[in-house]
Design a protein around this ligand. Structure first.
Ligand code: NIG
Ligand code: FE
Length: 418
């Protein structure tokens, strides 16, 4: 019997999202379990037991927890998993923000050499140490906001040297408290020097970058931005097939501004996730559902860019597609790293109910980035990544928006923020 690191008792609600395999879909997603007057036990950095407070003494079986936290009038949830971010980046793009307010669109700014390419210029002139320091600041703020696991993408390097450097920055950030998953997004944009011959850049990604990324083992996923002005469906297929052959798992940016058929490709290739999906068709939803691809929705992007429509979240849920939420934190299309803000937008704009939104930001988000067997749930054997929220009813979390309700953040059984 293990020693008990921590026990939590008397929570007005615990949302464990436990039981079964894989992401929550259908009825299990619509109506997850809520434990009233809940308690849990953490030993060896893992969840050992979750139940009602009245069962706690029996579960402790005479052991004295090193720390006991009483949480009356508090809601306890798994730590948030932000399954789509563009950390590392060098700095913000405030000038473009203002240009958009004045009427220029995101794609117009990108076509004129701004957008992702301005972040590429910033990235290339910033030292690795500075990028690590910047990334650490972001991850620290996110941890305080309850985000205990983060997917991080390269994609502002766009040359072999700088893409590898981005992945090295992510590797360096792994020494911090957050659980990180690295994604190679060399196919984020066609860099300026390859604009005359984009296919030559695709060759470079496939023939030079991917083999080195795979050999160094510094990314778990490969992602491609399939969009007008970025990569075509055929270019995406070529890169992702090669990535799969190198042993990488797949993610795709699809249907953010235009429908190019990327969701169908995600289903065909057995991708782990398809992200954005603002323009996904009914037929493609069925393909995603049968292939078990997680739909990662990013309502922060629509809000930040002022673009409609939002992804058809309710139709995706009804079609049986597992739905997850992420910030897409990046300097161009969503300068917001707060998962609580995303929960509010998911409720008011995507029409997810509060408990569905929280499930999408925890268990389902963990499955969207290959962490579904470790984090995202309060269930025996899972990492003890736990949030104590200063609300009595979980619905208050997205309802009272624009403020953080996070009181305590526990990561791997250790209190990392109070
Ligand atoms: O997810 N879509 C492409 N990538 C980001 C935007 C990145 C940027 O503008 O720097 C996105 O929206
Ligand atoms: Fe993105």
């Amino acid at each position: 019997v293990s020693a008990v690191d921590l026990c939590i008792a008397g929570a007005s609600e615990i949302l464990p999202f436990r039981g079964g395999d894989g992401p929550l879909v259908g009825p299990a997603f619509r109506d997850p379990e809520v434990i009233h007057d809940g308690a849990l036990i953490v030993s060896d950095g893992k969840i050992e037991w979750v139940g009602e407070t009245q069962g706690l003494e029996r579960a402790l079986a005479g052991r004295r927890p090193a720390r006991r936290i009483d949480t009356p009038g508090r809601v306890v949830t798994p730590g948030f998993v932000d399954c789509h971010t563009h950390i590392p980046f060098a700095r913000g793009r405030e000038a473009e923000f203002e240009m958009r307010i004045e009427g220029k669109s995101y794609l117009e700014i990108a076509a004129a050499g701004g957008g992702i390419l301005s972040s590429v210029r910033h990235f290339r002139e910033t030292s690795t140490n500075d990028l690590v320091a910047r990334g650490r600041e972001h991850l620290t703020a996110m941890l305080r906001g309850g985000t205990t696991s983060v997917e991080c993408k390269s994609g502002y390097g766009l040359s072999t040297e700088h893409e590898l450097r981005a992945l090295e920055v992510i590797r360096a950030l792994q020494s911090g408290p957050s659980t990180l998953v690295a994604t190679f997004l060399g196919a984020h944009a066609i860099p300026a020097e390859h604009r005359p011959d984009p296919d030559a850049y695709v060759d470079l990604v496939v023939e030079e970058m991917l083999p080195q990324v795979a050999r160094q083992g510094i990314a778990r996923f490969c992602d491609v931005f399939i969009e007008e002005g970025a990569f075509s469906l055929e270019q995406g297929r070529r890169i992702l097939t090669a990535a799969r052959d190198c042993g990488l798992l797949l993610k795709l940016h699809v249907d953010e501004f235009h429908s190019l058929g990327g969701a169908t490709l995600a289903a065909e290739l057995g991708a782990v996730s398809a992200d954005h999906l603002d323009h996904v068709s009914d037929r493609e939803m069925r393909a995603l559902a049968s292939a078990g691809v997680v739909a990662v929705l990013t309502p922060g992007v629509n809000t930040f860019l002022g673009t409609a429509p939002f992804a058809p979240a309710r139709k995706l849920v009804d079609a049986g597609v597992p739905v997850a939420l992420a910030t897409d934190f990046n300097p161009g299309s969503c300068m917001c790293a707060s998962m609580e803000t995303i929960l509010s937008l998911a409720c008011t704009q995507l029409r997810l109910r509060p408990i569905e939104a929280i499930a999408a930001a925890t268990r389902n988000a963990a499955h969207a980035c290959g962490l579904g067997d470790r984090v995202g749930r309060l269930e025996r054997g899972f990492d003890a990544d736990i949030l104590v929220m200063g609300v009595e009813d979980h619905r208050t979390i997205p309802y009272h928006f624009g403020t953080s309700h996070v009181e305590l953040v526990i990561k791997g059984g250790k209190l990392v923020h109070a």
